[in-house]
Design a protein around this ligand. Structure first.
Ligand SMILES: NC(=O)c1ccc[n+]([C@@H]2O[C@H](COP(=O)([O-])OP(=O)(O)OC[C@H]3O[C@@H](n4cnc5c(N)ncnc54)[C@H](OP(=O)(O)O)[C@@H]3O)[C@@H](O)[C@H]2O)c1
Length: 183
């Protein structure tokens, strides 16, 4: 924290995740909550700091998105949509603040062992602890990265996901276990 003016770093990390299925009326509220927290929560977190950081000509806004935003995964339409939106929002913000001295960093975690993932009924490749994630997150910020997938193995997975043709993606991911819905 700097002694005067805005903080050096603001991290928008808050997020929620539940399985969502469009055919269930009760899931509409869950869709709204996930988009509200994961997208608008990020905007609201950054909003108070943008003008002061711009005025000071320094500072970093770091947003936590997800590899889940690279494709629409089965049973988590709201979460994937929210993280895709977060990735694009952060990209826009980066352009908006280009040349101002304020840095925008997009951080896309793969799987991290936290309460969010403890009941996931599917394999979570390359999962790391929250402490390990935090160290890698700090290293990415220290290195001045404006975009990082953590851990690095998931960056390769993410790149493959981004270019996988629909037919292959659908065949590979349509039968995976479903994240529990909010009850
Ligand atoms: N775990 C993973 O594998 C993974 C992978 C990719 C991305 N992420 C992202 O990483 C971030 C952290 O997730 P996590 O794994 O640490 O999940 P978590 O263990 O469920 O923790 C979520 C955090 O978000 C806070 N939060 C939720 N709703 C909030 C609200 N409306 N206002 C303020 N704070 C709120 C929670 O605060 P309270 O405890 O006070 O409710 C909690 O600190 C999220 O954005 C998540 O989408 C996680």
């Amino acid at each position: 924290m700097s002694r005067h003016g805005p903080p050096d770093l603001v991290i928008a990390n808050a997020g929620i995740s539940h399985g969502t299925l469009t055919e269930h009326a009760e899931d509409i509220d869950v869709f709204r909550d996930i988009l509200e927290v994961n997208v608008l929560g990020m905007v609201n977190t950054f909003h108070p700091f943008v003008a002061p950081m711009r005025k000071a000509g320094r500072g970093t806004l770091a947003g936590v998105a997800s590899v889940a935003g690279y494709r629409g995964f089965a049973g988590v339409g709201a979460y994937s949509a929210s993280k895709a939106a977060a990735i694009r929002y952060l990209e826009s913000l980066r352009l908006d603040l280009r040349g101002s001295g304020v840095r925008v960093a997009t951080i896309c975690p793969g799987y991290i062992a936290t309460p969010m993932t403890e009941k996931n009924p599917y394999a979570m490749p390359f999962i790391i602890s929250a402490d390990d994630f935090a160290r890698r997150f700090a290293r990415a910020l220290d290195a001045g990265k404006d975009y990082a997938v953590i851990p690095w193995q998931m960056a390769i997975v993410a790149r493959l996901l981004a270019v996988l043709p629909n037919a292959l993606f659908d065949a590979a991911f349509s039968r995976s276990g479903r994240k529990p819905r909010r009850t």
